[in-house]
Design a binder for this molecule. Structure first.
Ligand code: GTP
Length: 370
């Protein structure tokens, strides 16, 4: 079966991490998220994946090629301009020849796709939408269904008093390509406010497939950190690389950990990581390839991208540090701070409260307390 993966968005909510790299390519436990997604699709019987790309399209080509490395056929199709979610699928309609999976490229889930496909067939559905329960549905697209699972109504980001269900559109669909005749050609067109309500109005059989599989949108800074925690705490089916070198500490290659450093798993260390004397790292934590951690630095619940350097006595808690950035001695990062690529955070800066530092920023000594 074929799949279309929507990966053309700009990932604005996740900036500055997405300034240099498209959101689906950002590392999740040191592997580009899209690779994990493609491997999961391959394991669930998908043989061809069509990536609908737009923003930083070249990055997908360089990294994925024709997909042979990952064991399925990958087509990378670039839109002339952003076409929106439904417009992007319409743009590749000529490549579809039967029921097709469609995925948002920023959803981490271990949904059983084969079971969803059986449901789609049993119901003689033309559009099946995976549904997931959430605590506060007001920020999402709600999908009301009847007892048979047939969709009755879509409700986008309702006010609290208008909430009628906690089941939201989970960004995974099975679609019969004939429905794309309702989408205008060569135009920006969205699923939620365009194609889905139109198809419903036309009386087409649209079903919701409820599931309590793990589900999270990796596209916000906090959820990006949280999903690492969930993976390392085994809350979602996800196989990461590396061999276990100590209790729940995995290394993806040779690493250099000083004998006086303390590591409390779960922690994943990329190849070439070095950790200095008396440093302490408390998981869940992921350090990308080549990261260097100075003496006595304390790190917990962090995600460090490849080549990040942390100075002596620095303290990092619940934060992300981009590729090649340097955090100098005695700096403190906490509470969702996000540092873009190639930044220099001088000594004794204090960055917290979800502060976002753009790529290439240089902060002198003690210049910011936030
Ligand atoms: P934000 O800017 O943070 O909202 O991120 P986004 O636009 O990348 O993601 P959003 O959640 O809005 O979109 C859901 C999925 O559809 C993401 O995987 C996007 O990459 C993808 N997407 C959104 N708009 C387009 C588009 O115009 N073309 C294509 N091909 N994909 C799109």
């Amino acid at each position: 079966m074929k799949a279309v993966i929507l990966v053309g968005g700009q990932g604005t909510r996740l900036r500055p991490l997405t300034c240099n790299i498209p959101k689906p390519m950002i590392p999740l436990v040191n592997q580009p998220f899209i690779e994990h997604m493609l491997e999961n699709l391959r394991d669930q019987g998908v043989t061809e994946a069509i990536l609908a790309v737009q923003y930083l399209a070249e990055r997908f080509r360089e990294s994925l090629g024709d997909g042979s490395r990952l064991g399925l056929k990958v087509h990378i199709i670039e839109e002339p301009e952003p076409r929106g979610t439904a417009g992007a699928v319409k743009n590749v309609a000529h490549m579809l020849d039967g029921p097709t999976y469609v995925f948002n490229g920023d959803v981490m889930t271990d949904l059983d796709l084969r079971a969803m496909y059986r449901f789609h067939q049993e119901k003689h559905s033309k559009l099946t939408i995976a549904l997931t329960p959430v605590e506060d549905p007001t920020a999402f697209g709600l999908v009301e269904t009847n007892d048979e699972g047939r969709v009755q109504r879509f409700l986008e980001k309702p006010r609290p008093e208008d909430v009628t269900t906690n089941m939201i559109n989970a960004g995974t669909y099975i679609m019969e390509p004939e429905l794309l005749r309702y989408a205008p050609a060569n135009q920006f067109y969205m699923f939620e406010r365009g194609l889905f309500p139109t198809v419903l109005e036309q009386g087409e059989p649209v079903f919701g497939y409820p599931s309590d599989a793990y589900w999270t949108d990796i596209g916000k800074p906090q959820t990006y950190i949280d999903v690492h925690h969930d993976i390392l705490m085994n809350k979602v089916r996800y196989s990461f690389r590396g061999r276990e070198i100590a209790d729940r500490v995995w290394a993806e290659g040779d690493v250099n950990v000083d004998s006086s450093a303390q590591l409390h798993g779960p922690i994943v260390l990329g190849a070439g990581v070095s950790i200095g004397p008396e440093a302490q790292i408390t998981g869940p934590a992921v350090l990308g390839a080549g990261c260097q951690i100075g003496a006595r630095a304390h790190l917990q619940h962090v995600v460090l991208w490849e080549g990040a350097v942390v100075g002596e006595d620095a303290q990092l808690d619940s934060c992300v540090v981009g590729r090649g950035s340097r955090v100098s001695a005695k700096a403190r990062l906490s509470d969702g701070a996000i540092i873009g690529d190639n930044c220099e955070i001088g000594p004794e800066n204090q960055l917290a409260h979800g502060i976002r530092i753009w790529p290439g920023t240089v902060l002198g000594e003690k210049s910011v307390t936030f």
